[in-house]
Design a protein around this ligand. Sequence first.
Ligand code: STL
Length: 414
Amino acid sequence: MPLIFFAIKLMEYFRGVFYVLILASARNAASPIFHLYLGENTVQSVSSDPVCSYLLFTVPSIILQQWQSETKIISAEYMCSLRPKEPQISMESLIMDRLALVTRNTDEIVTPEELEALLSSDSTCSAYVGYEPSGKIHMGHVLTVNKLLDLQQAGFKITVLLADIHAYLNEKGTMEEVKKIADYNRRCFIALGLDEKNTDFVLGSSYQLEPDYMMDVLKLARSTTLNRARRSMDEVSRDAENPKVSQMIYPLMQALDIAHLRVKVAVGGIDQRKIHMLAREGLPELGYSAPVCIHTPILLGLDGKKMSSSKGNYISVDDSPEDIRKKMKGAFCVEGEVRDNPVLSLFKYHIMPRYPEIAVKRPEKYGGDLHYSGYEAIEADFAARRLHPMDLKSAASEYMNQILEPVRRLMQEK
Ligand code: STL
């Protein structure tokens, strides 16, 4: 009898290990959270770091706990030595776990209360980001992709809008040109880790010319002042000095995308906030609900100034390792200065969310390698001048190359 029991429990143990391995390989590298499924009802979130200790201690201890309850022969002392390192997660803390994932590295949530209510409701959570198709996908775009990865991990249904008509309205090219670039962008986003099967990629022109959508644009035009529409485009528009009517239509369409794509959450850079506020006010007047908005920061270029394609002051996903090394060498990074430091930003928004621990390599004569398991410690060491800009920059090149290597590979395959 005990032999059969052990055989069954051993199988359950390997089933736990098997799930972890499947989840570890299925998940993308962007988030350090694993969800571990044990038996029928036990769900546990663990970060990738303690997965090994989890397999060695927690899984056997749960099996032993079950065994104890069935056989009552395990000594209390023995049980204590195998006490789970990670507590089992209640429904409430599972919601908190998702909230932390959804809100990390954001500038603003409008509103936090609405987001929490959405996460604790039974309805499916859905979110979208719109992108004007662009020939250069840079780390600024990747910042919102990272947020989509967090949301996907938190169980959201994700839509990516390839906003070809918006790009056309914003004078980024002819319709034919932007459509072609949209497909390149879709492949980039998949290569960056968005799950192809669980992400809806929608081309704007596939629905934005339908009569229902256009009628809504006209309705929203009736209830939006010229002044409001114009101001909402301050941070987005190509020619803010001399705006065309097309640039007044742009924010109205963006607001309606949220309703017509049927998403509850709109994600974007903080430069999108005025358009999102217009949507929150205008959509209920048309009978749609107001979206929750998640705003990410806008990254500075590597020279500490606004990113600009003419200056090429950013890392693109298709940059070669040599390009990245060169760009990082010339990056603006004043010793001890943490504010507006684009190299530290790479660690905060791109590197640390993907690695539970990083090493900054240093020659022995300068104190040897440094190890970090969180962004705050890097910032503190840099501020205290214990970490030199040269070492920070070369570690940043090394990790950015590691992050972009699979993207380059995947883009070349297709
Ligand atoms: C930009 C710069 C930027 C974001 C966008 C455009 C977003 C475009 C967009 C279009 C339609 C949507 C949502 C977003 O529904 O930072 O030029």
